[in-house]
Design a protein around this ligand. Structure first.
Ligand SMILES: CC(C)(COP(=O)(O)OP(=O)(O)OC[C@H]1O[C@@H](n2cnc3c(N)ncnc32)[C@H](O)[C@@H]1OP(=O)(O)O)[C@@H](O)C(=O)NCCC(=O)NCCS
Length: 162
């Protein structure tokens, strides 16, 4: 697959692999991308995506023209710890090196590239991340399944971990 026309965009504008990066994330396209490729994020609502995007840095998107075909985001304290979340390349574009470039774009971002440790969680893609330099780290992982509530106090369905 010829991917020379594929654009990588960094939402906060502090770093971009391409100078012209006018893409604004369309939440409907984002939802469709995750419904096509991310088993852990099938039930996500648009208003919750908005919150996740606002609290993530960097947010990296991948575009074939107007079509959103890839996404990844990180949260970071800028120096000690960062975590990469929601790495996805649309099935039509997998296997062409875009996933690697996507993760590397996150890792190069100034909010991530100085931190001591970069974490991520994955159920099935260890081999992919190992190709990029990540190591299996089974000793430090714990999780609290918080009971999320909406603004009106009603429970929101919990998600599956990727
Ligand atoms: C995981 C994912 C992002 C990889 O994206 P991709 O564009 O297909 O990956 P790339 O083509 O950049 O692959 C990079 C390298 O990893 C290898 N690789 C990719 N997926 C792999 C897999 N499942 N098993 C083993 N190796 C894999 C590639 O062969 C390539 O190796 P190379 O460096 O020797 O050429 C993509 O398959 C995807 O979106 N999957 C569904 C969502 C998902 O599972 N995301 C991860 C959640 S933690």
């Amino acid at each position: 697959m010829d991917c020379r026309h594929i654009q990588f965009c960094v939402q906060d504008g502090t770093f971009s692999g391409h100078e012209n990066c006018p893409r604004k994330i369309d939440l409907h396209q984002l939802q469709n991308l995750f419904q096509a490729a991310a088993f852990w994020a099938q039930e996500r609502r648009l208003q919750d995506w908005k919150i996740a995007l606002a609290n993530s840095k960097p947010v990296v998107t991948v575009w074939d023209g107007e079509r959103l075909i890839g996404f990844a985001r990180a949260t970071s304290d800028g120096i000690y710890r960062a975590t990469i979340w929601d790495v996805v390349i649309h099935p039509d574009y997998q296997g062409a090196g875009l996933g690697r470039k996507l993760v590397e774009t996150v890792l190069m971002h100034p909010h991530v590239n100085r931190v001591e440790r970069v974490y991520l969680m994955t159920s099935h893609q260890q081999k992919f991340y190992e190709r990029i330099g990540f190591e299996v780290n089974s000793t430090t992982t714990m999780v609290l399944f918080n009971q999320p509530v909406s603004q009106d106090g009603l429970p929101i369905a919990a998600e599956v971990t990727p």
